[in-house]
Design a protein around this ligand. Structure first.
Ligand code: HPA
Length: 270
């Protein structure tokens, strides 16, 4: 794994000497963030050695290098999901690569189903914690100490500092945000009513099929994380039968300008 990561990093460095401080992973319907980046260089996933290739509709596959508010970022336009068939080491490989390109802070976005009754479709939720219920762990197996420790402290998976800063920015820009706990499931089915109820009973506010593995691996390497979720459907008895991928994309698209603004300002100011 170490060698593979270095090989990929060396390849990317041979293509660009751009050294990003921020990594951004864009979720379903939120890929437009790259339009806010002053792009210096784009690298399609299929040209990057050891990189998986994105298969989900609505996800593009490229690393985008550039600046936002003067800050150097690398954005993943399209992420890899466990449900696509990749193993967790593949899903999280780009995060390892980002780290050795110089990234210290990882910003992740996703679409999720809300189970908190105070949420509504279109809400922007700042993720302050997660519950990992994915069936495979990205850190299972031999631990390479060069990446990080065997046992990773997860008391602050999402940086409180970045959360506070994002909330202050949201107030200033008049963007309504909520906060919540994200429950990570493998998918690709949306949850049954009983599963949504379980998610709620177990203490989460929203549920989705991504983010958790990337954040775990980022924390393994001591990167600071910030996560934001767009509620694209509600897991309650009144809305349950309406969940579809196109609705998820549509709801995410509507919230996208605000999410872009929030993430962009957070990066630009920190
Ligand atoms: N469940 C899981 N993943 C999701 C959902 C959902 O309701 N909405 C968007 N991604």
């Amino acid at each position: 794994m170490w060698e593979k990561v270095q090989e990929t990093v060396n390849y990317i460095k041979s293509k660009t000497n751009f050294s990003p401080e921020y990594g951004v992973i864009l979720g379903s319907g939120l890929g437009g963030f790259t339009e806010d980046i002053q792009i210096e260089f784009t690298l399609p996933y299929n040209e990057i050695p050891n990189f998986p290739v994105s298969t989900v509709q609505g996800h593009k596959g490229a690393l985008v290098f550039g600046t936002i508010g003067g800050k150097k970022v690398v954005a993943m336009q399209g992420r890899f999901h466990f449900y696509e068939g990749y193993d967790m080491k593949e899903v999280t490989f780009p995060v390892r690569v980002m780290k050795y390109l110089g990234v210290q802070r990882l910003v992740v976005s996703n679409a999720s189903g809300g189970v908190n009754p105070f949420y509504k479709v279109g809400d922007i939720v700042i993720i302050y914690d997660h519950i990992n219920m994915m069936p495979e762990h990205p850190l299972r197996g031999h631990n390479d100490e060069r990446f990080g420790p065997r046992f990773v402290n997860m008391s602050e998976p999402y940086s409180r500092d970045l959360i506070n800063k994002a909330k202050a920015i949201a107030i200033e820009l008049n963007i309504e945000v909520k906060d919540g706990i994200y429950y990570g499931l493998q998918g690709p089915t949306f949850e049954t009513l009983s599963e949504y109820r379980m998610v709620k009973i177990l203490g989460a506010d929203c549920v989705g099929m991504s983010t958790v593995p990337e954040v775990i691996v980022a924390r393994h390497m001591d990167m600071e994380c910030f996560g934001v979720s767009v509620i694209t459907d509600m897991g309650d008895e009144h809305n349950i039968d309406s969940v579809s991928h196109s609705e998820v994309l549509e709801a995410a698209k509507k919230a996208e300008p605000k999410v872009r603004k929030l993430i962009g300002e957070l990066i630009a100011r920190n």
